[in-house]
Design a protein around this ligand. Structure first.
Ligand SMILES: Cc1cc2nc3c(=O)[nH]c(=O)nc-3n(C[C@H](O)[C@H](O)[C@H](O)COP(=O)(O)OP(=O)(O)OC[C@H]3O[C@@H](n4cnc5c(N)ncnc54)[C@H](O)[C@@H]3O)c2cc1C
Length: 324
């Protein structure tokens, strides 16, 4: 069976617990349907990371040493992937997550290999002529299936496209050293930890509760946060709410904000402008709360509640909190 390479990180590794973040485990689940999953890690993975990767289907963990990997941005990840691709010969595919650095590493890798790059995949399936990538486009109105016609397909997969699967296996660690390729690259000059909210990262969360102008004020976001916390989710915001200074720009969902693809997207007081939909349309289940029954978001919502957010959200939070 051909290898399917999965890039772990740079953003996925290491996580605070020394393990591996969920998006990489999701990629391993997808990789299993295509071939023999092999994880590619920059540097030396922790024993916890190797254990987690093996338990989720990786038969091999490639620990790749690249000069300056800690200080240089993105280029080392592309160099590591290229080295493993050349080492294994002809892998069935290379899968990477949708974080900005991973996307860029994927693009650089595709250029280095002269291979096809497919982005924003929501599924990857085995096909007679190689992996078939599924994308959901135009507010989820179309499903596109495509495949690379040249070289090793390099595929960028959206978070929450697959559920992590525990196989209970173990992975063999193989070490590989890459010479400095001299590729000019940006360098990290400082790292500062951002104060955490305790909530999951917006782009990775399996539940996102988002608020818009219909909340009426920044205080309205306390209600959104309460519902998000009861569901273990992240908080998102429309651009109108962000522009009003009600919530940080880092949480904006949409064309000029972040793209999210959770299992559940609950939108409170958001009209559903096309630019907002561009960032959340691939969410598995969409619930909209809006007092206007004609709000455009209802067109793509799986469940619509016509009502005032100030009445609906507290009742929802109470019910969820009561259920624990
Ligand atoms: C180039 C460009 C890029 C953009 N990028 C983005 C982007 O990334 N993300 C984004 O979100 N927008 C983006 N926009 C803006 C977008 O066009 C909309 O203006 C914005 O999404 C509207 O936000 P909203 O739905 O919160 O506000 P509104 O459109 O004002 O909608 C508020 C909704 O709340 C409802 N409401 C009011 N009061 C209540 C209540 N008490 N209870 C329940 N419902 C209530 C109303 O019926 C209405 O539907 C972009 C625009 C442009 C031109």
């Amino acid at each position: 069976m051909s290898d399917v390479l999965v890039l772990v990180g740079p953003a996925d590794h290491p996580d605070p617990a020394g393990g591996v973040r969920k998006p990489a485990l999701e990629l391993l689940a997808l990789a299993r349907s295509l071939g023999d999953p092999a994880a590619v890690v920059l540097g030396t993975p922790s024993p916890e990371a190797v254990e987690a990767l093996g338990a989720h289907g990786a038969t091999t963990v490639w620990a790749v040493q690249v000069p300056g990997a800690g200080e240089r941005v993105v280029a080392p990840a592309a160099a590591a992937l290229e080295a493993v691709v050349r080492e294994v010969g002809e892998p069935a595919a290379v899968l990477v997550g949708a974080a900005h650095d991973a996307r860029e590493a994927a693009a650089r890798l595709a250029v280095r290999l002269g291979a096809g790059l497919l982005t924003d995949a929501v599924d990857v399936q085995a096909g007679p002529e190689g992996p078939v990538v599924v994308q959901s486009v135009f507010a989820g109105a179309y499903v596109v299936r495509s495949r690379a016609v040249r070289g090793v397909p390099v595929v960028v997969v959206k978070p929450n496209s697959a559920a992590p699967e525990r196989t209970g296996g173990t992975a063999a660690v193989r070490e590989l050293a890459v010479a400095d390729d001299g590729v000019p690259a940006a360098a990290v000059v400082e790292r500062r930890e951002r104060a955490g909210t305790g909530r999951p990262e917006l782009t990775e969360a399996s539940v996102v509760v988002a608020g818009g102008r219909g909340l009426g004020s920044g205080e309205g976001f306390a209600l959104v946060e309460r519902v998000a916390d009861a569901l273990g989710g992240a908080v998102g915001a429309s651009r109108a709410a962000v522009d009003a200074g009600w919530y940080p720009h880092s949480q904006q969902v949409g064309q000029t904000g972040k793209t999210v693809s959770p299992q559940l997207y609950l939108a409170a007081g958001i009209s559903g402008a096309i630019q907002h939909r561009a960032g959340m349309q691939t969410s598995r289940t969409i619930v909209a709360v809006n007092k206007d029954p004609e709000a455009p978001l209802f067109e793509i919502a799986d469940l619509g509640v016509v009502g005032d957010v100030n009445e609906v959200l507290p009742q929802l939070a109470e019910e969820l909190e009561a259920r624990g």
